[in-house]
Design a binder for this molecule. Structure first.
Ligand SMILES: [Zn+2]
Ligand SMILES: [Zn+2]
Length: 324
């Protein structure tokens, strides 16, 4: 582990880059070293300490401020005994020369990012409040039931040859006309060497040592699998049969469904989901609304009956669930 001199600047005569271990006093003016001003040398200006023997962190003379070797029993400057004197404070390494440039940009962009985040938050809050007002600010309005409408529909499904794809391991058993291809299914991280940088540690005795700190680097690698493109015979939506009418009498009826062929052959048809949509036309003082309601209310509220409904003040839409 190589060892180098920490540096310090003489505050009395202004001499720069004095050696932390070798120059306990300024060689120009004789002022004692201030250990709190020690710093790591700029890149390329390291001064190696040959045959360095580490005896511990320096102690700082309370009488004259001079840093003394842990091995010294008395201050080299004023003769004070070691006892009762505190150790010098070690210096934390500054970021390596490359890092400041990278970090310099970070606060600015993160500040801009925070600004946008704040702007987005305020905007989101305003939109939320506006939405809440638009949703919940309503006015009770008298209406007349003007008409009853109903729509009933039945989905018709057809058995047909349909194209599909899946990872071959999960392909349906009745698939045919299968075509396979190798495709990327996922990615995995694989180790790809080491990323190392030099760390400088203040020994506290006017020197520092360097060591390598390494971490594993990873790269993303595609993982391939067999993809299958195939045909399967499946039921699927073909068309919708619809019946519609007005009034409660005659009552709503389901549309007549004519299936081309029944069974499970290719081209065969079957009935699928059924849907019923019941609406009431409401006449208000200024405008009218169409409201989708459940069968009970559709039956109970007859044409010409008076009712009340909540109307949204901002949008003018009726809250159909409030109809009574
Ligand atoms: Zn000096
Ligand atoms: Zn002293």
């Amino acid at each position: 582990m190589p060892t180098y001199e920490m540096l310090w600047d003489c505050s009395s005569c202004g001499t720069k880059k004095l050696l932390g271990k070798s120059h306990r006093r300024c060689p120009h003016c004789g002022a004692p070293q201030d250990p709190t001003t020690r710093y790591f040398p700029p890149a390329g200006e390291e001064v190696a300490v040959e045959g360095h023997v580490y005896v511990g962190v320096d102690w700082r003379c309370a009488g004259c401020e001079t840093p003394n070797s842990r091995a010294a029993d008395f201050c080299v400057n004023c003769g004070n005994p070691r006892e009762g004197n505190a150790a010098v404070t070690r210096v934390d390494d500054a970021p390596t020369p490359r890092a400041p440039a990278a970090r310099a940009g970070a606060p600015a962009s993160s500040g801009r990012w925070k600004g946008w985040l704040l702007f987005g938050g305020v905007l989101g809050g305003v939109v939320l409040v506006a939405l809440l007002i638009a949703t919940f600010w309503t006015r009770d309005t008298a209406v007349t039931i003007a008409a009853h409408r109903w729509t009933r529909s039945i989905d018709i499904e057809e058995m047909a040859a349909r194209s599909d794809s899946a990872w071959c391991s999960s392909m349906p058993g009745d698939a045919y006309s299968v075509r396979r291809s190798r495709e990327v299914r996922s990615h995995r991280d694989v180790p790809d060497g080491q990323e190392c940088h030099t760390v400088r540690n203040d020994n506290g005795d006017g020197t520092f040592s360097t060591s390598q700190e390494c971490s594993t680097r990873y790269r993303s690698e595609p993982v391939y699998d067999d993809k299958c493109y195939f045909t399967v015979n499946r039921w699927g939506h073909a068309r919708t049969a619809t019946a519609e009418g007005t009034g409660v009498a005659p009552p709503p009826t389901w549309p007549a469904v004519r299936l081309t062929r029944t069974g499970s052959c290719l081209g065969c048809e079957r009935e699928g989901a059924r849907r019923e949509l019941l609406t009431l036309k409401l006449d208000g003082p200024k405008r009218d609304w169409d409201c989708e309601v459940d069968a009970a209310r559709w039956q109970r509220l007859s044409d010409g009956a008076s009712a009340r409904v909540k109307v949204r003040v901002v949008t003018g839409g009726a809250v159909c669930s409030s109809l009574r």
